[in-house]
Design a protein around this ligand. Structure first.
Ligand SMILES: Cc1cc2nc3c(=O)[nH]c(=O)nc-3n(C[C@H](O)[C@H](O)[C@H](O)COP(=O)(O)OP(=O)(O)OC[C@H]3O[C@@H](n4cnc5c(N)ncnc54)[C@H](O)[C@@H]3O)c2cc1C
Ligand SMILES: NC(=O)c1ccc[n+]([C@@H]2O[C@H](COP(=O)([O-])OP(=O)(O)OC[C@H]3O[C@@H](n4cnc5c(N)ncnc54)[C@H](O)[C@@H]3O)[C@@H](O)[C@H]2O)c1
Length: 506
């Protein structure tokens, strides 16, 4: 599994080992890039200090959505009363914790993921990587010289606010919340963003007394205000207490109880979960050795994920949106671009099909060319796609789900766009009325009136994230609003409400 001992020169310094590519951080983005480049025939060293796969499979998307699936089953069973008879529901966390341990995380063991990578021809190294000058990565006392490129996919870690008293307490981050084998009786959550709301609803549905403390004026503050209202109402209906505009001054932990002090208010619970955003740690990456500012919040990249000559970045570390689908989207671009650079360096045709220098060393590993067919999220084989985040979708998996794409109304107005807004309550659609779920949902569409296309949309409802797909296509492909209005929408679906929202545009 390890990468072998360091070669030393006469002065005792580690001699760099020549490889094609080094990928530092094998989270969602890095694992995808490293695996595909290895499959393409490059010599790839993948460096991961924790678990291969990163946050998403072990402490993020997958286990949290398993929790949500279970919590939603409870909620649905509780809806039987008054709709289809009566049901008695007894919540039990044990099968959820077991499923997360056994099916999702293999008890937080990444051997299967390591084997997957090495099975593709990659070489795995457990450790922390940092840049050591142009083309070089140091891992402990091993140094690699990467002749085709270095890819940084080092992600983020929780950003913990500097609240007095907090650091010395056994507070939870998403790691402990996901790993919980048993639930506390009461839980305080600092942060009413995506993680805070998803987990608050899960735990409340399993009988935990949950209080969410949010600094800004509303939960899900980056989304439409209507989304915040529906999400807050849904959580309150599940028994969650939500306090907004909370200025936390101090945290105490005595006799197994946390107390959070905020002005003249205080909140107490058995456990405290801190989910106040996430932060990249560029200071650890040796960026100064390649002339890049390591004090920035995120690592700026161009539309092909270049950081600087020979260095690419992928995923959360780029600050383009902390979502697995962004990491995967960017990974495809990085793979295509690294292979294109490698091919051109070897004298093959570049991505435009134009032959550059003839000859070169890459001929022997020409599996490289073979993988280009699967190169990109857009465009034909042989083209390196460019990143375009106009139609960035996101879904917060509360019940109802909050799905959104592109710009919110406020963002669109701040950009000086000639904005039109259309809105419809889901309960006014046939399917919403039949479904009879409180607190309902809505569709909101944002159009650029001058261009006649949608530039943003929100879909909140029982299947809000799925209904979103039609709106993502509309924004991504800039489908004229006139055409969207005259499509046929199946009756009686939730997505049929899109037509009503479009007809409301003004
Ligand atoms: C609770 C939760 C729920 C989420 N739910 C969703 C969801 O439903 N949908 C969605 O799209 N996204 C979701 N996300 C976000 C998603 O998990 C991230 O966007 C995704 O994991 C980003 O992948 P990444 O590869 O950029 O980084 P990460 O997954 O953070 O992986 C980075 C890896 O790099 C390693 N590393 C860091 N520095 C070094 C170094 N110097 N040397 C070696 N290794 C290093 C780390 O150990 C880590 O394994 C969720 C996140 C959380 C926390
Ligand atoms: N379904 C999904 O796709 C999903 C789910 C979970 C997480 N994620 C990703 O993970 C990222 C991180 O999630 P997150 O919920 O930690 O961050 P977030 O940025 O979504 O929310 C953090 C919240 O904490 C609040 N906050 C910050 N400091 C505070 C303080 N001192 N006191 C009280 N409140 C404070 C902020 O105002 C904000 O509302 C998200 O941005 C998202 O991209 C995605």
């Amino acid at each position: 599994m390890a990468g072998g001992g360091a070669v030393r020169n006469a002065g005792g310094m580690a001699e760099p080992e020549l490889v094609d590519v080094v990928v530092v951080g094998l989270g969602v983005g890095g694992e995808e890039v490293a695996g595909r480049l290895a499959e393409a025939g490059l010599t790839v060293v993948g460096v991961e200090r924790d678990l291969v796969g990163g946050e998403c499979p072990y402490w993020g998307c997958i286990p949290s959505k398993m929790m949500i699936r279970a919590a939603n089953a409870l909620a649905e069973a509780r809806r039987v009363d008054g709709l289809a008879g009566s049901a008695q529901v007894r919540a039990d966390w044990a099968p959820v914790a077991k499923r997360i341990r056994e099916e999702a995380t293999d008890t937080w063991n990444d051997q299967a993921a390591v084997d997957r990578f090495t099975g593709k021809g990659g070489r795995f190294l457990r450790g922390s990587g940092r840049l050591d000058g142009p083309d070089r990565v140091r891992v402990g006392d091993q140094v690699f010289q990467a002749r085709r490129g270095i890819v940084l996919g080092t992600g983020t870690r929780p950003s913990i606010p500097p609240i007095e008293g907090l650091a010395g307490t056994p507070y939870w981050t998403n790691h402990q919340a996901i790993e919980a084998a048993e639930l506390p009786a009461t839980l305080l959550i600092i942060g009413g963003g995506a993680i805070g709301l998803e987990l608050a609803q899960v735990f409340a549905r399993f009988g935990v007394g949950v209080t969410v403390l949010e600094a800004s004026g509303r939960v899900l503050a980056l989304e439409e205000p209507e989304s915040s209202e529906v999400a807050a109402a849904a959580l309150r209906a599940d028994g969650v207490e939500i306090a907004t505009e909370v200025r936390i001054e101090r945290v105490g932990h005595d006799d197994g109880t946390f107390t959070v002090y905020a002005g003249d208010r205080s909140f107490s619970a058995e456990k405290l979960l801190v989910v106040t955003g996430r932060r990249a740690h560029l200071e650890e990456l040796g960026l100064d050795t390649v002339g890049v500012d390591g004090t920035q919040r995120y690592l700026p990249v161009d539309d092909r994920m270049h950081v600087t000559e020979g260095i690419w970045a992928v995923g959360d570390v780029t600050g383009e949106g902390a979502f697995t689908h962004i990491a995967m989207y960017q990974a495809s671009i990085v793979v295509a671009d690294v292979l294109d650079h490698a091919r051109r360096a070897a004298g093959g045709p570049d991505a435009s099909g134009t032959a550059s220098v003839v000859g070169g060393a890459m001929g022997a590993s020409s599996a490289v060319g073979g993988s280009m067919g699967a190169a990109g999220p857009s465009g034909a084989a042989g083209t390196v796609p460019r990143a375009d985040y106009r139609a960035l979708p996101r879904v917060t998996f509360t019940d109802p789900e909050v799905g959104a794409v592109g710009l919110t109304e406020r963002q669109a107005r701040e950009r000086g766009i000639n904005v039109q807004v259309g809105f419809t309550e889901l309960s006014s659609s046939t399917r919403g009325w039949i479904h009879k779920s409180e607190p309902g949902g809505f569709i909101k569409v944002i159009a650029d009136a001058d261009q006649g296309v949608l530039i943003g949309a929100t879909s909140v409802g029982p299947a809000g994230g799925e209904v979103l797909s039609a709106l993502v296509v509309a924004v991504h492909a800039a489908v004229p609003v006139s055409q969207l209005r005259h499509m046929i929408y199946a009756y009686p679906t939730f997505h049929r409400a899109i037509q009503s929202a479009l007809n409301d545009l003004s």
